[in-house]
Structure formats: structure tokens, C-alpha cells
Write a protein that binds this ligand. Sequence first.
Ligand code: SLL
Length: 146
Amino acid sequence: VERMKGKRVVRPIVYGNTATSFGYKRESDQHTHQWTVFLRTFNAEDPTKFIRKVQFKLHDSYANSTRVVEKPPYEVVETGWGEFEIQIRIYFIDPNEKPITAFHYLRLFQPLVTMPNGKQQVIAEYFDEIIFQEPTVPMYKALTAG
Ligand code: SLL
């Protein structure tokens, strides 16, 4: 695989989850919250230029715990009762560029934020960067194309 010697491309990302409480425990499955786990690029750039798909691996208690999202928004909306670690794997448009994995601990209870409309929501999100060190040639082209 041909790589771009001495080149380095950085892409800022944000990942995490939001959650809201039902305000009660649902009889049928004991679920208490709706949540959304997400990955997004930090700037306005079209993420499909370099991301092929994002895979979210949920707790085994979920049916079909591996969820693949092929286009933005890269997110999974679910309900549940408990917190657990989610594996977020990002696949790039060039299959020779190895997928990278971020781990996010799903938060249902903290940190609680009061929104302008007075409703309360948990927001747990983190900034990170994808660093392409000597990317493959197709990857470099995809990342730098106007
Ligand atoms: C633990 N952290 O250590 C917990 C696991 C599992 C969460 C939490 C519902 C799953 C479903 C759900 O919230 N699971 O009903 O499909 O044991």
C-alpha cells in the first residue's frame, strides 16, 4: 500500500451521548431512559468524504447489539435502564486505512444539563482527533479534496 511520506492530516471529532429520563420505569422492560449515542465531525465538512461507516457495539443485553450506520448522522437511538461502555468503530473510505475505535461510557444520570426550554437532559460528550499519519494515497486525496 502506497502511503504519503511525511504527511499528517488531523480531523477533529465529537462523540458521546445524550439521554432523557421517562420520569417513570416502563412496566414491559424496566426501561427508564431514552438515549442517543453519536459520532460527528467537529467542522461543517461532509464526513462521507472520508468516513465509510460507523459501527456502534452496544451491551449484549440489546438485540442486534452491533449497529452499523452507513451515513450521517452517525448515531443510535435506544431506550434502556443501565449504563455501559459502547465501542464506536470508524471505517474509512479506503479499506487499507485501518478502522479506529473510540470507547464511550454511556451516561444516563450525569451530567444533567437544564436546556433553554427548562427540560433536563444528560449530555456527556468528548472532543478527540483522528490523526492520519502517513495516510494511504486514496485516503490523503479524499481528506484534502476541495
Ligand atoms: C451492568 N452496566 O453492569 C450494567 C449493564 C445494561 C443495560 C447495563 C436494557 C437492555 C434491554 C439495558 O439498559 N441494558 O432491555 O434490551 O450490568
